[in-house]
Design a protein around this ligand. Structure first.
Ligand SMILES: Cc1cc2nc3c(=O)[nH]c(=O)nc-3n(C[C@H](O)[C@H](O)[C@H](O)COP(=O)(O)OP(=O)(O)OC[C@H]3O[C@@H](n4cnc5c(N)ncnc54)[C@H](O)[C@@H]3O)c2cc1C
Length: 323
């Protein structure tokens, strides 16, 4: 059986930050196991026609000194830019948010296209991480970063009262390619005075990440919940009606795609950066729904995932020293 010191389940931002923290502390025998074909999770960008469109996080804000320091490095490296917002800037990756995740994960060992099906925790041996492909990897510590409802299903048989209090709202996002410009004003982001059920509308060309004009329409959690039972075509048709309102004269919609996020934003959060469970607390659960006690924003976002991942990595490093 393959053995690792630390297995991190999920290659979203919190998993990437947990891994980077461990590597910075000299703990190298680690592995991220990610079910998708690339890292990033909800930092998601899709190639559509000749352009690209973000369909998860669009930007991030910064309140903590940790993220501020990293953002200065990322600005210098040309990975991110200020998109809009004064005095509180919204930063975005210059090539779509997924590119930032890939840049951050460059030196981290990742096993992609691999879904974890369960974690077995036997008192008399290492943790056993069972994969859907039938393999098992053993580990001394495990960091679980999947959204809480998915994390719960991996931890069957373990007491998980706290984790089960977290619930997530869905979010449906329509992505459209346009022949011609949109009427969305610079800088390409609208979140005010929108039709009912619409959370935000974005022009990625004006955002500066897409050569051709692509527009993403983000529906509210409430709208997405109400439309969960309908098929993709019907849902996309409804969202396209919104996109059509933002066509400049003479422009047309040339292509449309839908992304359904089942777990987009936590409706309830936990005011701790992670929780520990299992024999000797060898399993750490973290992610964007785990907030620091003094978190001012009080909601799930890029920065909460970033900080939770760092705290989880630091905790594993402490445990290794027997603290
Ligand atoms: C539509 C949308 C818009 C958003 N907009 C913004 C925004 O503008 N600004 C902002 O700050 N935040 C925004 N967010 C929130 C932000 O994207 C998230 O808070 C953050 O990316 C979450 O990171 P995470 O690592 O905690 O979780 P995730 O990114 O969800 O990562 C979890 C990873 O675990 C993997 N995984 C799950 N189960 C398994 C398994 N069994 N085996 C292996 N891998 C598994 C998943 O594939 C995923 O890659 C948005 C989110 C969505 C969905």
């Amino acid at each position: 059986m393959e053995k690792k010191e630390v297995i991190i389940i999920g290659g979203g931002l919190s998993g990437i930050m947990a891994a980077r923290t461990l590597l910075n502390k000299g703990i190298k025998d680690i592995l991220i196991v990610e079910k998708s074909r690339s890292v990033g999770g909800r930092l998601a960008t899709r190639r559509i026609d000749k352009g690209i469109a973000d369909h998860g996080a669009l930007f991030f804000t910064v309140r903590s000194s940790e993220l501020q320091k990293d953002v200065e490095r990322w600005l210098e490296a040309g990975w991110v830019k200020r998109w809009f917002g004064n005095p509180y800037p919204r930063y975005t990756s210059v090539n779509g948010m997924n590119a930032l995740a890939k840049q951050l994960a460059e030196t981290i060992p990742v096993k992609q296209n691999t879904k974890v099906s369960a974690i077995r925790d036997r008192r008399d041996g290492p943790l056993e991480v069972e994969l859907e492909n039938g393999e098992t990897i053993s580990a001394d510590h495990c960091v679980v970063t999947a959204p809480a409802p998915q994390a719960l299903s991996l931890l069957k048989g373990m007491e998980q009262d706290e984790l089960s209090t977290i619930s997530f709202a869905p979010c449906f996002v329509g992505m459209f390619t346009l022949e011609g410009p949109s009427s969305i004003p610079e800088p390409g982001h609208l979140d005010d005075e929108l039709p009912q059920g619409v959370e935000r509308v974005v022009d990625h060309h004006k955002k500066g990440i897409s050569q051709s004009v692509t527009v993403s329409v983000y529906m509210t959690g409430e709208w997405s919940k109400k439309n969960e039972q309908f098929e993709d075509n019907g849902v996309l048709k409804e969202i396209q009606k919104v996109a059509e309102r933002y066509l400049a004269e003479g422009s047309e919609i040339a292509g449309a795609e839908l992304k359904r996020w089942r777990y987009a934003e936590a409706e309830t959060v936990i005011r701790k950066p992670f929780i520990e469970t299992g024999c000797d607390n060898r399993i750490i659960i973290c992610g964007d729904a785990f907030l620091r006690e003094q978190d001012e924003a009080g909601r799930t976002r890029f920065e909460s995932a970033y900080l939770s991942g760092i705290s989880a990595g630091e905790r594993v490093a402490e445990k290794r020293k027997g603290i």
